[in-house]
Design a binder for this molecule. Structure first.
Ligand code: HEM
Length: 411
């Protein structure tokens, strides 16, 4: 490893559109290395599969960034979007983590998730009906018209957010997630969106307190074990974790299948392959390229490299999932590879709580989309697609995905 750390993040569009080669080069140089983030802060990036899995499961690597860095006397950026939303399970260690996760887990028991399938299918089908109204040969944006509203609608159902309120709330989240500055002052529209979300979620909590229903907000309110900040933070985190990720998987996954017509044909011929295909699409398209930031509570050695205490750690899931020492021919999309689970949904204590829901949503989304429109194709050249949604670190999604659902001659 050289003395000058590589810069990590703030990549050129070409890297963000296709980061695998960039990550492979970095991984070949050193699977665990010191880097400089786009905001100038130092961090360690973990690129190899074994080291990534170890890092995600190692209790000496903390998720409580605020506490660890504050104890170190550092001025800490509060993170997106400030203190009102920072006290959720992804930002704390046990025992707080255990308490927060146990409560929210009540909504994620298998029976409750499976029971959502008809509602998810109805949402997906309704969105496709709307797109179909545009007529044959029409170009539609699949990100705007399908990939985003579907998981946002599902998380709305789960939380008990009235359908009429969802478009406005979704708008605020979009402004916030695309406009919150990593450093420096956030733009006024992002601050306004953040204020709007706080006010809306606070009202929602009050409403569920007065009139409980069969939804997650009511469950959390009734448990009365969360502080107001923990409750609002948890709701915020669930909305973010529950829609942007799945939206990116749907968008990225459609492109990957169009790029690999043989794999698409296999899924069309046997939809029973979809569950395996979805895990392979998570591995291959990396909707969450890096796990959220961690910090070493004490020094930790990963793959022979010692990371001192109080250093930021960024686990690159996208790189780990393409590590040739774990996956033969890692750069090939192969829905039949049968290699077992990958790290795309995390690992260890913070393993994605929504994994069963994400898999169900993605399966239904693909069943409905390609079942109805097996001949869909890109409406623009492949090179025109831009993965500018998200910062390329924790979220990586398409800005838009123009497609023709019913090309001429395929009706
Ligand atoms: C394809 C879709 C999804 C992907 C790729 C994904 C990925 C991930 C990853 C990588 C983590 C771990 C982050 C870390 O350790 O730093 C995580 C955590 C989490 N995810 Fe997901 N996620 C997806 C969908 C969902 C959905 C639909 C929900 C809920 C509705 C959800 C809720 C959560 C929660 C609550 C956590 C935090 C768990 C904890 O801290 O204990 N995710 N997700």
């Amino acid at each position: 490893m050289t003395d000058t750390p590589a810069s990590w993040g703030g990549w050129a569009p070409a890297v963000r559109d296709d980061p695998a080669g960039h990550f492979a080069q970095a991984r070949a140089r050193c699977p665990v290395q010191r880097v400089r983030l786009a905001d100038g802060h130092p961090a360690w990036v973990v690129l190899g599969y074994d080291a990534a899995r170890q890092a995600l499961g190692d209790p000496r690597i903390s998720k409580d960034m605020l506490a660890a860095l504050a104890a170190d006397g550092e001025v800490v950026a509060e993170g997106l979007p400030g203190p009102s939303f920072s006290r959720h399970m992804l930002n704390v260690d046990p025992p707080d983590h255990t308490r927060l996760r146990r409560l929210v887990s009540r909504a994620f028991v298998p029976g409750r998730i499976a029971a959502l399938e008809p509602a998810i299918r109805a949402l997906a089908s309704g969105l496709l009906d709307k797109l179909d109204l545009r007529g044959p040969d029409a170009t539609v944006d699949l990100v705007e018209g399908y990939a985003y509203p579907l998981p946002f609608g599902v998380i709305g159902e789960l939380l008990g957010i009235p359908a009429a309120d969802r478009p406005g709330l979704h708008g605020w989240f979009q402004v916030l997630l695309t406009g919150w500055a990593a450093s420096g002052d956030p733009p006024p529209e992002a601050v306004a969106a953040s204020d709007g979300i706080v006010a809306y979620l606070s009202d929602l909590v009050e409403d569920k307190r007065r009139r409980p229903a069969d939804d997650l907000v009511s469950v959390l309110v009734a448990a009365a074990e969360l502080s107001t900040q923990e409750l609002l933070s948890s709701l915020f985190q669930l909305v973010v974790a529950g829609h942007d990720t799945t939206a990116s998987l749907i968008g990225n996954g459609v492109v990957a299948l169009l790029d690999h017509p043989g794999q698409l044909a296999a899924v069309l011929a046997d939809p029973g392959l979809l569950p395996a295909a979805i895990d392979e699409l998570i591995r291959f398209t990396a909707p969450v390229p890096h796990a959220t930031f961690r910090v070493t509570a004490e020094s930790v050695t990963l793959d022979g490299v010692e990371i001192p205490a109080h250093e930021q750690v960024l686990v690159c899931l996208a790189s780990a999932n393409r590590d040739p020492s774990r996956y033969p021919s890692p750069d090939i999309l192969d829905i039949g590879r049968g290699d077992g689970p990958n790290l795309g949904l995390g690992h260890g204590t913070h393993y994605c709580l929504g994994a069963p829901l994400a898999r169900l949503e993605a399966r239904v989304a693909f069943e409905e989309l390609i079942g109805r429109h097996p001949g869909l194709r890109l409406a623009v050249g492949r090179d025109a697609l831009a993965w500018t949604r998200g910062d390329g670190l924790v979220l990586r999604g398409l800005a838009s995905l123009p497609v023709v659902l019913r090309p001429r001659g395929r009706r």
